[in-house]
Ligand binder design. Structure first.
Ligand code: PBG
Length: 323
């Protein structure tokens, strides 16, 4: 038993100080990005029934929520508009006085140093709930790109630091980069939802944004079974000029996250989506899981797999737990 080569891994796990010293990944509040839902039809916070503890906030609450996040050590928020003004094209998001622009301005005003990220998609603003313009029952890629170019300029004029296209249109990063540069917004960055799967883990999000959406997004989002195609999508967005890549959802796709980390050099984000939040929260409420420990474990899993940034509905709570 006392061979020179006998493995003694436990030697380095003996005390808390040793474990602290040798931890390979660490979670920090600065790693976390907080998603916020802003609803233009309510005047008090409204809890999302499938996501206990997560709220739709009225526009008047933006300043407070952004300040709470900043105090917790969070340095970036991503804003989702929940609007009553939906139409076929999502035109509310193309107006400088629309919800998307208003919420960016409010967040920037409340905390000028906070990195404000605009989720740039159309599903929250279209009456049919698809991520772009429909033609013959499917999303028209290039017509949607033209609208995205208008939308990101609205976001940039309102003061967004980063735009985050989440619609999985082909060529979206290139089109957006061109539109921003032509509009003299060279400083606005692109966090692309570069590898986004068509996932049933988005279920609670669709409650949250009050989407009328029926059907699926299989003609534009990735098939959950396709790993190689998933890597190609991020390689493509890196080549088109993205500043940050993303894998979404998180936990079922850690293999993809780890491979993109090996293949691409850009900063990499992961999105712990609404269904992942819901699974942990509902299990915790049922007494089946220790919420804090499970959240910390899941977020560290993302870091270990290679994520630099984590978008999570637990961001504010987790920032408190990891300090
Ligand atoms: C919009 C968008 C979605 C999410 C983020 N941006 C929904 C979707 O693609 O259906 C999901 C976020 C979550 O589930 O937490 N395209």
């Amino acid at each position: 038993m006392q061979s020179e080569f006998f493995p003694r891994y436990r030697r380095m796990r003996r005390t808390e100080a040793l474990r602290d010293l040798l931890r390979e990944t660490r979670l920090h509040p600065h790693d976390l990005v907080l998603p916020l839902f802003i609803n233009d039809t309510i005047d008090a916070p409204l809890e999302i029934s499938s996501m206990p503890g997560v709220f739709n906030f009225p526009e008047s609450a933006i300043a407070e929520q952004v300040q709470i996040a900043w105090e917790a050590g969070i340095r970036a928020v991503i804003l989702f508009g929940v609007t009553n003004h939906k139409d076929d094209e999502g035109s509310d998001s193309l107006r400088d006085e629309g919800l998307m622009a208003r919420m960016i301005r409010a967040a920037k005003e409340a905390a000028p140093e906070m990195v404000v990220i605009s989720d740039n998609c159309f599903c929250e603003y279209t009456s049919h709930g698809h991520c772009g313009v429909l033609r013959d029952g499917d999303v028209d890629n290039d017509a949607t790109l033209a609208n995205l170019q208008l939308q990101v300029r609205v976001a940039a004029r309102a003061g967004a630091d980063l735009v985050a296209p989440s619609g999985m249109m082909d060529g979206m990063v290139l089109a957006i980069r061109e539109a921003l540069d032509e509009g003299a917004h060279e400083d606005v960055g692109i966090m692309s939802y570069s590898t986004k799967f068509a996932s049933s883990f988005y279920g609670p999000f669709r409650d949250a944004v009050d989407s009328n959406f029926k059907g699926n997004r299989l003609s534009y989002q990735l098939d959950c079974c396709n790993g190689r195609e998933a890597i190609a999508e991020s390689i493509q967005d890196e080549a088109e000029g993205a500043d940050i890549l993303m894998v979404k959802p998180g936990m079922p796709y850690l293999d993809v996250l780890a491979q993109i980390r090996q293949t691409c050099t850009l900063p990499l984000a992961v999105y712990q989506v609404s269904g992942e939040y819901g699974m942990i929260k509902h299990a915790a409420l049922a007494g089946a899981l220790d919420e804090k420990q499970v959240v910390i474990e899941s977020l560290n899993g993302f870091k270990r797999a290679g994520a630099d940034l984590i978008l999570s509905y637990y961001a504010v709570q987790a920032a408190g737990w990891c300090r």
